[in-house]
Structure formats: structure tokens, C-alpha cells
Design a protein around this ligand. Sequence first.
Ligand code: PLP
Length: 361
Amino acid sequence: MVVTLRPEIAALPPYRQGRMASDDAFKLSSNENPNPTHPAILAAIAESNLNRYPDGAATALRARLAERAGVSIDEVHVGAGSASILYQLVQAAAGAGDEVVYPWRSFEAYPGIVTVSGATSVRVPNLAGGLHDLDGMAAAITDRTRVVIVCSPNNPTSTLVTAAQFSAFMAKVPQTVLVILDEAYFEFVTDPHAVNGLRELENHPNLVVLRTFSKAFGLAGLRVGWAVGASYILDAARSAAIPLAVTEPAQLAALAALEVEADLLAGVDDLIARRGRVVAGLAEAGWSIPDPHGNFVWFATGDESTAVAAMFEDDGIVGRVFADDGIRVSIGEEGSVERLLSSAARVVGTLPRAVENARLG
Ligand SMILES: Cc1ncc(COP(=O)(O)O)c(C=O)c1O
């Protein structure tokens, strides 16, 4: 006899983490920040009272984020990574019989989050070039739709939604449908036309914006993300949360990170410059890739993806392969740039069909 489980959960593949790399390889599979942790953050963590439970309301951090975003503290929510907040928001808004619309391919956690809530995923394929099909997403909304997720920059294609595209899209979404704008990579965007969720909030009461300390702020290991939106929506997310999940070290580290934000954003500027060198080097080698706006690049290598990923790995570059679709490679340490570029040039000579696939997007 075995215990009866929800069949859709039993069938769900567990979240696939970016592959670890051997000592002489670069782990570029999880869009992590390669910069060393700032000493002020390390000092803040050392102040934690590990014998005590954390402040479950993350009051100091929320107050600071609220001040920064120009909203009230009730319009800010903090979770153990923005992935936690995604879970909470989807649970709060959607259940059995409901639909959640999102672009695909996008963040690989979205399908599991929807399945766990009991709702049904409605995936809208990206356009050529990895862009969201926002018209298709709007057209996919039905009476059963409770949530729509927009991801900008999109993981894994690194493409952007512009402010104009977002406004046109929101005009088509009923105000009873929750829109989650996932901006995990916001700080890596330099395009002045890009959407900035915090600026959109006053026009769209059904919008919740997600940001994270995991990427630009380099705190992936501590798990802290935040959301801004209407307080009644975030109250529902808080009700769906596991109590006290955001630890005190995470809260103190996030507060310290905001204190030294200028230093951390200088580190982001270095990564953006490195990304520029990767883009230029790939173009020179004959690759076409979507213009990247996150801390990662996307090779739409299609049915050659597994073969390309194997060649990258032979050369010490561990990316994230999505079989028959593409490979995502994070912008990592300085030493990874030359390694990636020489490997990518080797692929051009060895697997020309992969490069042709990428050109067609
Ligand atoms: C698009 C996107 N959203 C959310 C997350 C979750 O980030 P975290 O839970 O670390 O805040 C990630 C992580 O890779 C991501 O790529």
C-alpha cells in the first residue's frame, strides 16, 4: 500500500537547479552574481541573533524598501526569494479550475508553481528572437484566468518588455486579473525604453512587481526577494506564506546591501560591460543571439543544444541547457569571458547547424 498523493504533484519533476561545476570550470548555470560578498554585508550577518526567530514581518527591511519605492510599508512584501512570493501570489489568486497565463519559454519555476496551486498553466510561446508574445498572452486570457505573469528581462532569453509594450498589454487585461511583473534582473537593464514596474504601479491597481536581492545584490544564498503592489493583494500573499521564512541574516544582509547599493551597482556595471564584450565576441565569431538585458545570454541552438552544451562543458563552461530549445549562459567571472568566446568559436566550426538555428531564433 502506498500513500495517496495528488497525482499532478507526484508527476511534477522537482525544480532543476543549475549544474554544479568542477574546480576548473565556471558555473554559469544559475544566473548568479560572481562578485565577492561586500564586507559590510558580511559584518551585518555576523550581528544576527541565531537563537531567536526573525521578525516575521521583516519590518525594518520593508520600511526601507517602501521608502525607496515611495510607497507605504503595507504595499511591500518580503519573501524567502522572489520565487517564494510567486508561489504565494499564485496560491492566493488561483486554484483548481482557474488558469494562469505566462510566456514560454520563461522562468522554469512557473509551471511547477501553477501546478502546486491546483490551477492550469496556459503557456504562450515566445515570438522569434525570444520576445514575449504580449498580444498572444492578452488573447489567451479567459473568464478562468486569475493570474498573468510577465517576465522582463525574460529568463532564459534575456529579452525585454518596453514600457510602451507593457502599457498596451495592460490596457487589454481585465482589472480583476492579477498581473505579476517579474523583474528579477531589473538592475542589469540599461535600455531607457524598458518597462520599470515601480513606475507602472500607480496606473495599474492589479499589478504586483517582483524584485530580488539574489542577482544584482549578490545574495542568492540568503534567499530574499520583495514585492510591491496593493496592500490587500500582498496581505493575501502574506496569508499564504510559510511563517518566519525570511531569516534574520537575510533581513540584515538585505538592509546592509541597500546601505552599500552604490558599490553593488558598480559591480553590476562591471557585469554589464562584461556582457557587452561577450555579445561583441559572439557576433565576431558568427553567432546571432537576442540582445541580452539580464546577466545572461541565450543561444537558441534548438535540436543541437545538448551537443553545444557538451562542447561548452568540455571547455569548462557549465551553462543551462534546455533540450531542443537552447542554452543559457550567465555572465560570470572575468576569466569566463575568454573561455566562453573561444568555446563558442569552436562550436561555429564544429556544429554549424547550431549557429544557423540560433540565427533563425
Ligand atoms: C525570472 C526569475 N524570477 C525569479 C527568480 C527567483 O529568484 P529568487 O527566488 O532567488 O529571488 C529567478 C531566479 O533565477 C528568475 O530567473
